[in-house]
Design a protein around this ligand. Sequence first.
Ligand code: SF4
Length: 404
Amino acid sequence: MAMHWQQPLPAIYRELTDPELRFRITEAKAALGDELVILGHHYQQDEVIEFADYQGDSFELSQHAAALTKAKYVVFCGVHFMAETADILTDASVSVILPDMGAGCSMADMANIDQTHEAWEQLLEVCQDQTIVPITYMNSAANIKAFVGENGGAVCTSSNARTVLDWALDRKDEAGDGSASALHPSSLSLPPSRKILFFPDQHLGRNTAAAMGYDVDRDMVVWDPRKDLGGNDEAKLRDSTFVLWKGHCSVHALFRPEHVDQVREKYPDVKVLVHPECTKAVVDKADMAGSTAYIVKQVREAAPGTIWSIGTEVHLINRLKNDHPDQTIMVLSDCQCLCTTMSRIDLPHLCYVLEELVAGNVVNQVSVDPQTRKWATVALDRMLQLKGTGNPLGKNQPVGTTID
Ligand code: SF4
């Protein structure tokens, strides 16, 4: 289990002006030199991203963390599960610091380990002659990743979800273009021999499985951890290939299909680009769907004059807007689609943890215990071995599913 020791922010840091904080952060970074690496998630606010040595989505940042050789300290400007992952992937001598330990993820919090054990026991009981492979999205606690690793599964990201699901279902010979649907055992009235328990984002699971050719009603059920058998009957559980944990991202759930209709009416040439954490109804209406890295790439490579309406976190969209003034970029909603927990990482917290490091004190360290680390590493290693495309839904650009 990860430790969550939050040091209260000394009042002095709230009294400093932004220029003072910037100056002190710059000084602390210089004093720490190569011993320090600051990782910044795409959804982080600009004033913090300014100090990041690497910026990316959780998959890219986990790869940076895994490749670090010189750093003694990793300051992770993201949310708690990302810092846990960095701690798992880095050498034991590296301290991983989350500037504000209150920066959690509402989606990750929707699956806890006790509920997971209970669900697993019930599924094993009901599906005795079927192989169940647990797969967790990167956005989950370290102990869920460890559970998955210990039980033959893997972690996935929004970049490689489709590849990981293909691997888990042993579908490597199938086309990956949706044509596999005809081969589904359920279409032959047979229960599947392999099934997936997918944590914690039902939308990424549903969108990816649908893109692989599976039918939402026939092949998928939602597992509500507050209900016996997740709220399902035994026959339906046995017949389903995907058991989708009832979790979601509170940011991406704000986008609705009518937002797509409205923007298309106003801008007939608009390209609607969304993250696969959005509901299937939104993804179905969008032109393109893919991971955060995929979204960044589409905008970066687009022609001047392109009009985008994007369904993801607002800090990233505003940054894209600033970086690409030759394009029209807007949020696919009029609401503030803000990851409030990630926004807890601000200049005062960043300045505080860095100055403590300069003084020789490690504060707000995220540390995963050895047993959890061992099995979570197994699940993460499987993920890192599976190539992703950033576009797990195959929308707009059909993708292959090569596994090496
Ligand atoms: Fe979690 Fe959603 Fe925030 Fe990502 S955007 S960290 S999934 S709450």
